[in-house]
Design a protein around this ligand. Structure first.
Ligand code: HEC
Length: 230
């Protein structure tokens, strides 16, 4: 496998990846695996998600060999399966099994996944995700904001763009809010005033005190509590 992988990371990135081997992340359809081991060889990997029919396939976007120390927290490749112990997707932690279905080019396919139960007190991000899923994605974003805040829409040039309802839209749109906020309470206030029609070309979308406004305000507060996107 190593021969086929092109090392594209800069030396400094390799260095930091090995120093701060943390768990995998999934952002903008890229699965970043700081440490994947095959026997006693370690790599950092970036895998890109491609949906083929109903399969979740992952191709290698970037890979670099890193010094092998141990397999703590690592994704382990053996018997044609890459096992990712934990990755956070939309506030929930999952373990994934990715089966190698092609070696040239390298292609993995999601063969199974399971929720990893974390601490009982939900984190701010988990609370934000629950609120968003249950009360905002459909009721507010897909019903109101998407009319303009979408590619080709009246707000196409705004910094807050959403994706129309799809299998991935909930996660993508939650990320859009997270990126726009970037942990800033001032940005939260700005969103809340825009939606009530204050200096908003989109006019008043939500009435202050309405259920949706209250949910949006609470959701944004959880994101501020969670802190900057990282
Ligand atoms: C009828 C069209 C329309 C709708 C519906 C609409 N907006 Fe907007 N929105 C705009 C336009 C146009 C802009 C860019 C000009 C401005 O800032 O007012 C904008 C800007 C914004 C901005 C500032 C973005 C930036 O670049 O900093 C935020 C935040 C925002 N809207 C939130 C929302 C939310 C949340 C919803 C749904 C509840 C929504 N808007 C619904 C048209 C709309």
């Amino acid at each position: 496998m190593s021969r086929r992988i092109t090392a594209v990371f800069l030396g400094s990135l390799i260095f930091s990846a090995s120093l701060f081997a943390q768990s995998a992340t999934f952002v903008d359809n890229v699965l970043v695996i700081p440490k994947a081991t095959i026997g006693e060889t370690a790599y950092s990997l970036e895998l890109g998600l491609v949906i083929n029919d109903n399969n979740y396939d992952f191709s290698v976007l970037a890979a670099a060999e890193i010094p092998f120390t141990n397999t703590d927290g690592a994704s382990i490749f053996s018997e044609q399966v890459l096992r990712v112990p934990t990755v956070e997707v939309g506030g929930t932690n999952y373990s994934l099994n990715l089966a190698l279905i092609s070696a040239d080019p390298i292609l993995f396919r999601l063969s199974s996944f399971a929720e990893v139960i974390s601490d009982p007190i939900a984190s701010s991000l988990e609370q934000a995700t629950t609120l968003y899923t249950n009360s905002l994605e459909t009721q507010v974003v897909q019903t109101l904001c998407i009319v303009c805040h979408v590619q080709g829409g009246a707000a196409a040039n705004a910094d807050l763009l959403f994706e129309r309802a799809s299998e991935t839209s909930k996660a993508t749109n939650l990320s859009a809010f997270r990126n726009y906020l970037n942990g800033s309470a001032a940005k939260r206030t700005q969103i809340l005033s825009k939606v009530t029609g204050v200096s908003h070309d989109g006019g008043a979308q939500l009435a202050e005190g309405s259920a949706s406004y209250t949910n949006l305000a609470a959701f944004l507060q959880h994101l501020v509590d969670h802190g900057a996107t990282n």
